[in-house]
Design a protein around this ligand. Structure first.
Ligand code: NAD
Ligand code: UFG
Length: 336
């Protein structure tokens, strides 16, 4: 089975590529490398012990994208490609809408033209309104609070409408919670450009000495220890969710959404302590003001994915911390 992986050089995409190849899928990757590098592709090839076609292509360029559809008999697409920094999306909304929407529209056009009917879409827990009761089910009310979140919301709407119009389309929208961790080999992991916005890469870089301390954004939330609570999911568990979504897309048509999370919330302070314990080190941290736009708690009700896809996140917080640090250590050695 041939899978086109857009954004396959990125964090979640590269881990999913590694898993797909390991499980016998044939892949083609298209990525503009705007937020990634060829290192990730080389890392996947090393893990897989196999070569695969890689196209440095911007999905906004319809003609270039079409060449890939013309060159391969694609059975299914996993559409990871997109810009994802919440803060940047507030500063550059037009760039975010243009990138994320045009890419998705071009993909839909190529799918129709080349008779490809299955797509797995990278959505996000940010499509849920912030005032929903926890845990979040797929029926929770939708609405975003930044352009990035709205772009995901709009892409879901585009894909839903396409699935209504094209009766053979099968769209599976996966709403990720907080992906962390790295491939156990340490050959691929999360390598954000610039200073990381997200907690886990910031923790890892602080442990490596790149930053002097972790700033804990607020300790006065209505949570057990006052710090923000999130549903962290190991990226290899997330990768597995994509393979199960491909199975589902093969047997069903229409549009379906699934939460991919563990169902458990972990606070910022708990994550710092877990990282210290798992890796026997000390992390300097201090309490800082709340970050604008953050909510106190977000975690998934993962029952629908478990019941319908057979998905269950299995890796522990300890494994998330160990694999993150393992990757960070290997990266630092190869860079020095
Ligand atoms: P990432 O930035 O590491 O990967 C995205 C990849 O898409 C990058 O390699 C980038 O170069 C590529 N890309 C962006 N625009 C492109 C374009 N126009 N044409 C071709 N390639 C393009 O991010 P990630 O964490 O791996 O996220 C993958 C997807 O999952 C994204 O769509 C993101 O919005 C979504 N998501 C991520 C998170 C998270 O916390 N990491 C949470 C929810 C949803
Ligand atoms: N945090 C800190 N210090 C930091 C970074 C984060 O205390 O340096 C805190 C935040 O305040 C929050 C928690 O750690 O309480 C997690 O923050 P992240 O930035 O790691 O993740 P978010 O939940 O804010 O958002 C992430 C992605 C979004 C995605 C969302 C849901 O950045 O793109 O998860 O999937 F949509």
């Amino acid at each position: 089975m041939k899978i086109l992986v857009t954004g396959g050089a990125g964090y979640i995409g590269s881990h999913t590529c590694a898993l797909l190849i390991e499980n016998g899928f044939s892949i083609v990757v298209a990525d503009s490398l705007i937020n990634s590098s060829i290192n990730a592709i080389n890392g996947v090839k090393k893990i897989a012990g196999k070569d695969f076609p890689f196209y440095k292509t911007d999905l906004r360029d319809e003609a270039s994208l079409e060449k890939i559809f013309a060159a391969f008999e694609i059975d299914c697409i996993i559409h990871f490609a997109g810009l994802k920094a919440v803060g940047e999306s507030v500063e550059k909304p037009v760039m975010y809408y243009e990138n994320n929407l045009i890419s998705t529209l071009n993909l839909c056009k190529c799918m129709k033209k080349y008779g490809v009917s299955k797509v797995i879409f990278s959505s996000s827990a940010t499509v849920y309104k912030s005032d929903n009761p926890m845990p979040l089910t797929e029926n929770a009310s939708l609405g975003a609070c930044n352009p990035y979140g709205w772009s995901k919301f709009m892409c879901e709407q585009i894909l839903y409408d396409a699935s209504v119009a094209e009766k053979d389309f099968s769209v599976v929208s996966l709403r990720y919670f907080n992906p962390v961790g790295a491939h156990p080999s340490g050959l691929i992991g999360e390598e954000p450009n610039g200073i990381p916005n997200n907690l886990m890469p910031f923790i890892a870089q602080t442990a490596r000495g790149i930053h002097s301390e972790v700033k804990v954004f607020g300790n006065d939330y209505e949570t057990p220890d006052g710090t923000g609570v999130r549903d962290y999911i190991h990226v290899m568990d997330l990768a597995k969710g994509h393979q199960l979504a491909i199975d589902f897309a093969q047997k069903n048509t229409g549009f379906e959404t699934f939460n991919l999370g563990t169902g458990s919330g972990v606070s910022v302070l708990e994550m710092i302590k877990a990282f210290e314990t798992a890796n026997t080190l000390k992390l300097p941290y201090s309490i800082a003001p709340r970050r604008a736009g953050d909510i106190a708690i977000s975690y998934a009700n993962p029952e629908k994915a478990q019941k319908i896809l057979g998905f269950k996140a299995e890796k522990t917080v300890e494994e998330m911390c160990r694999d993150t640090w393992n990757f960070q250590n290997i990266t630092s050695k190869t860079q020095s």
